[in-house]
Design a protein around this ligand. Structure first.
Ligand code: UDP
Length: 356
């Protein structure tokens, strides 16, 4: 029986791991789940494990609240120790966080094959910590599961065709998760009834490039406040953003709620008029649930959404944001375009691992 070490640590990774974990189980693959502890609050971590029935982590390193270097370094040390004890057949990492990089690096240095899920994505913005994590993780991975054709092309441009690695376009595991859990969310979430809203915009802000630049954050909040004059804006606030807003006395007039669990998030996405976000995952989820999206960044890794008119980039410009709201709210699009695979992304990963 194959034995896989899965490394997770941050919210988007719980969603991705949920989809893959289910398929590993279905195909009889033994999974050892390691939580680095990067996200640890009940509503940033526990709720995902409970709702999505992700197996309880076998190990929790409880590493959080540190600078990038300290966090990655301590994770590297912790994961290496576990790998030396458990000697898995491969290590699987997701996306682009410090947990992704630490997991991949720890494994590769002791010659354990690395599987990167959501490989090949690029923003081409080297100021983003996530971009650095992605590039390094891809370069030291042995099997690269790419969600899109653009991701495949990015790797080709970087010469990956010449490397002895497996590159597989399997689609997006977040799409698998969104469709699978949507049915459960419809039965279990009461967020719309709690908020008493049927006509609203859903917004999220948490990217370091927006939260750590106070000017930018001011502009974004001003832009959202202006939209909130016309239609309620629901803002489930990431703890980092909440902390900075309160420290800097920036006042939002939007409907601020605590970060929600995945089921509530799905219902918010399905029920809203439009999505405004700087999240990678939420840009795609807007598309999965047939909503247009305004992205609070200068660039995106999910370029196919912009190319096809489902998404528009406004950076941190409040006037552009307000104008984009007016354009996007009128827009009619056909969301049936297949951009992210046929819903078997996670199963393809499990089948590939079975053959290792
Ligand atoms: N999410 C959630 N509750 C929230 C905000 C986001 O469940 O209050 C989910 C969202 O639906 C997506 C994932 O968290 O599946 C995205 O995480 P995040 O935006 O933190 O990270 P990114 O995708 O930008 O890396």
């Amino acid at each position: 029986m194959k034995r896989i070490f899965t490394i997770v640590g941050a919210r988007p990774q719980f969603v991705k791991a949920a989809a893959v974990s289910r398929m590993l189980k279905k195909h009889g693959i033994d999974e050892v789940l390691v939580h680095t502890g990067q996200h640890f609050d009940a509503n940033m971590s526990d709720v995902f494990f409970e709702e999505m029935e992700i197996p309880k982590p076998d190990h929790n390193l409880n590493i959080n609240g540190l600078t990038h270097g300290a966090m990655t370094g301590r994770m590297l040390e912790g994961i290496e120790k576990l790998l030396l004890q458990e000697q898995p057949d491969a290590v699987m990492v997701f996306g682009d966080t410090n947990s992704t990089l630490a997991g991949a690096l720890a494994a590769k240095k002791i010659n354990i094959p690395v599987i990167h899920v959501e490989a090949g994505l690029r923003s081409f913005n080297m100021k983003m910590p996530e971009e650095i994590n992605r590039i390094i993780t891809d370069r030291i991975s042995d099997i690269l599961f790419c969600p899109t054709e653009n991701a495949i092309q990015n790797l080709k441009r970087e010469g990956f065709d010449l490397f002895p690695v497996k590159i597989i376009k399997n689609g997006d595991v977040m799409q698998d998760a969104a469709y699978y859990y949507a049915q459960k969310a419809a039965l279990k979430s009461t967020i719309i009834e709690q908020l008493g809203l049927h006509h609203f915009v859903l917004a999220t802000i948490h990217r370091q490039e927006n939260t750590d630049d106070i000017q930018k954050l001011h502009h974004l909040i001003d832009g959202l406040n202006a939209i909130n004059h016309e239609i309620p804006v629901v803002l489930p606030l990431h703890p980092r953003t909440e902390h900075i807003l309160s420290q800097c006395h920036i006042r939002s007039k939007c409907i601020i709620i605590k970060p929600v669990g995945y089921f509530d998030m799905i219902r918010l996405l399905k029920s809203c008029q439009l999505v405004i976000t700087d999240s990678g995952g939420v840009q795609k989820e807007a598309f999965f649930f047939g909503k247009h999206c305004i992205t609070l960044r200068e660039e995106t890794e999910w370029v196919e959404l912009v190319e096809n008119g489902f998404n528009t980039l406004v950076g941190a410009d409040e006037n552009l944001l307000f104008a984009a709201y007016h354009t996007m709210k009128q827009k009619q699009s056909d969301f049936s375009l297949n951009l992210y695979g046929n819903g078997t992304a996670a199963e393809q990963i499990a089948l590939t691992i079975k053959e290792l």
